[in-house]
Design a protein around this ligand. Sequence first.
Ligand SMILES: C[S@@+](CC[C@H](N)C(=O)[O-])C[C@H]1O[C@@H](n2cnc3c(N)ncnc32)[C@H](O)[C@@H]1O
Length: 274
Amino acid sequence: MWSNASVRQPSLEALVAQLSTAGFVAAREEAAELLAAAGDDAERLAFMVRRRLTGEPLAWITGQTVFCGIAVQVDAGVYVPRWQSEPLARRAVDLLPPGGVGVDLCTGSGAIARTMAWHRPDARVVASDADPRAVACARANGVEAYLGDLFAPLPAALAGRVDVVAGVPPYVPTPALPLLPRDTLAHEAKLAYDGGPDGCDILRRALAGAPRFLRPGGAIVLELGGDQAAALAGDLAGHGYVDITVLADEEGDARGLEATFAGGPPEAAGMRDH
Ligand SMILES: C[S@@+](CC[C@H](N)C(=O)[O-])C[C@H]1O[C@@H](n2cnc3c(N)ncnc32)[C@H](O)[C@@H]1O
């Protein structure tokens, strides 16, 4: 009892001022979230604020974020879903018919899979991630998540039956990792960002692996950046994709690609996998 009395709950305005002074641009929103998450517990709030001042992601501290209007649990250590990925998630929903099958590669907290399942409750949505913390978090969000590399851990029975493969894989070129915002790699895992020398390593392997699972006419939507869509043109053609669209944001910057799997004999798709 005495310990609680020793810490006074700051007002919203005092907390906004503290976060603003420390350079947080969304200080008011963050202060409100921290106050709500701490409830009446002043000591808990003080601890949460101290963590935030180190640059630790807000979602790890409050334990959740909102993605596509849906609350998502985000455990410490798991990539925090970004609003920039919401258009890709919505596109994946559009491409997933009721009762269909969707895959979310590199699912992290499971935010994209959860969005697909939320809007298509009759569909089967499966997901994978190479990080056990992410898989546990995705499962806590109700996602059928599997631990392992890309398609490797997914149920083999889904081969040739998938309507849409979605993914936000790591796609930052290794040489550009030091250019990420200061707090990013101080807290978040390199595994979530590092896409190899040109950023396309995982994207290429996703394009190569998807034909085994996609039905003919099924689609793949992947987040990427810069000129990576052009760099992947040969992979797209070589693995039998058609109707390739580069998805751009409001500034006209490439943010993703969408392609349709034209189909082909399963053995050919299997060969493409290697
Ligand atoms: C950029 S995060 C995206 C997470 C989630 N899709 C989202 O948008 O919030 C990339 C995720 O890919 C996972 N990952 C990295 N390499 C992987 C691989 N080879 N197979 C499966 N998951 C991988 C990381 O653990 C991380 O959770």
